[in-house]
Every structure is written in C-alpha cells, then in structure tokens.
Design a protein around this ligand. Structure first.
Ligand SMILES: [Fe+2]
Ligand SMILES: [Fe+2]
Length: 247
C-alpha cells in the first residue's frame, strides 16, 4: 500500500495565504503518515524570494518526503530560479519500491499564467514513461496546469497550450494518474485508462463561491486506488475506488 497526500496552491504571501488553515493541514497530513507528499505548484503568490523563503519553513513542517513542481504564480518575478534554489528541481522523476514511478513536470513559464509543457520536456517524459511501462510500474504524472478543462471554473484560459499532444502522450503510455492544481477546484475525470485528478487550494483565500480549502489523498494497493477529497474541517468525500486492472 502506498499513501500519497496531494496538496496544491498554498499561495504563501501576505495577502492570499491562511496560515491557520495551513497549520491544520500540517497536523492532518502528518497524522496520515503518508509515503510521500506531492505539491502541484503555486507554492507562493508572487514568486518573491521572501515568499519562497517563508514557504520552505511551512513545507518543512511536513515530516514526510515531499516533492514539488512550480505553478504559474511561482514563475513570476524570476521565481523559477528561486524555486530551484530553495525548493528543488522544476522537473523530476522518482521511483518507489521498483513498482511506482512519479514524473514531475514544469508547466509554468516566466510571468505567464497559461501552461505549456513543450516538446523537449514531453520527449523526456515519454522516455521516463517508457521505462515505467517496461517495469509494469504504477505511474503518476504531476504538474500544475490541468490537461482537461475543469467544470465550475469560469472561462477556460489556462489549460496547457499543448494539451492535445500531452493528453495523447499520457493516454498512450497508460499513465494511471495525472494530478494537477491551478484552478483551486477539486475534480476527477477518467479518460481511457487514466484518472485526471485536480486538487483544490490547500491554504489560499482565493476560492470560488462556497468552496473550502482542501487536499487529496490517494491510497494505492495492489488491486485498487482510493481517491479521497479532504476538506480542512475534517469532512472527507470519497471520489472513487478504482480497480487497477481496469485502469
Ligand atoms: Fe493557484
Ligand atoms: Fe496556478
């Protein structure tokens, strides 16, 4: 069994970040004792060095291995360089127990909101996913921007500009889960053999309508994947149990 906590869109800043909510998330995630925590971007609100510095303190409160990709807000004000200095590589791949592969992609660009993966990164991802397929690994791709539009998020402006190419590549490689953030609205799409799962915003005040801060948890066993949406108030919403053989 592998347990993953997926948090996104912290927006650490003076104006958009709720530290009380975040500290409650830290308690909940540490109590879960996950194998890993994946952060899908917008760690900061403006990409400022001071925000990243503060963010490293907040992220270090989580006592489990943590892997992050940048979001569009992190790529503002030369934040892409600060991300590398204070957080880590912007694209990465990890394997666990020789049966799980996670590929982290950088879908951000300097001072633009829209997402883009680009051909070089796409080819690198395909190479990593080929290896994952050869090993029959469970595969996860993490990136900030969504590949498929998310309902109840207003006018679509920020889906990946190369969404069609990336979607085809993900589907062709039978990726099990694609996890994203950005829209601050949790959602799950299933297409072919792949789950496309969006996380809400874990700790920013930028919420739509009556939405609440939330994060996702994934419980991956030999047979099943359980997907759970966790509201910060303790409410848990079961988004689905999926049979791995049918994914
Ligand atoms: Fe965001
Ligand atoms: Fe974003």
């Amino acid at each position: 069994m592998t347990v993953i906590a997926h948090i996104s869109d912290l927006h650490v800043s003076n104006n958009a970040f709720d530290d009380e909510v975040y500290l409650e998330v830290v308690n909940q995630v540490n109590a879960l004792e996950p194998d890993m925590v994946i952060v899908t971007g917008d760690i900061t609100d403006h990409g400022y060095y001071s925000e990243f510095h503060k963010a490293t303190e907040y992220l270090s409160m989580i006592n489990y291995p943590l892997f992050a990709v940048p979001g569009n807000h992190d790529a503002r004000n030369v934040g892409y360089e600060t991300f590398e200095e204070l957080i880590g590589e912007r694209s990465w791949v990890l394997t666990k127990d020789d049966n799980l592969t996670v590929v982290g992609l950088d879908s951000s660009g300097p001072d633009v909101d829209k997402g883009h993966i680009g051909r070089p990164q796409q080819l690198w991802m395909e190479n990593e996913l080929d290896k994952s397929l050869n090993n029959s690994n469970f595969s996860i791709v993490a990136m900030h921007h969504h590949v498929i539009p998310v309902p109840k998020t207003g006018r679509e402006r920020n889906v990946l500009s190369d969404a069609g190419d990336i979607l085809q590549s993900l589907i062709n490689h039978d990726v099990n889960m694609v996890i994203c953030g950005h829209k601050h609205v949790p959602h799950l799409w299933r297409m072919e053999n792949t789950l496309f799962i969006n996380a809400g915003s874990v700790s920013s005040i930028k919420l739509r309508g009556n939405d609440k801060n939330s994060y996702n948890t994934y419980h991956i066993s030999d047979n099943h994947i359980d997907v759970i949406l966790n509201h910060i108030n303790g409410e848990k919403i079961f988004l689905g149990k999926f049979n791995r053989d049918q994914l």
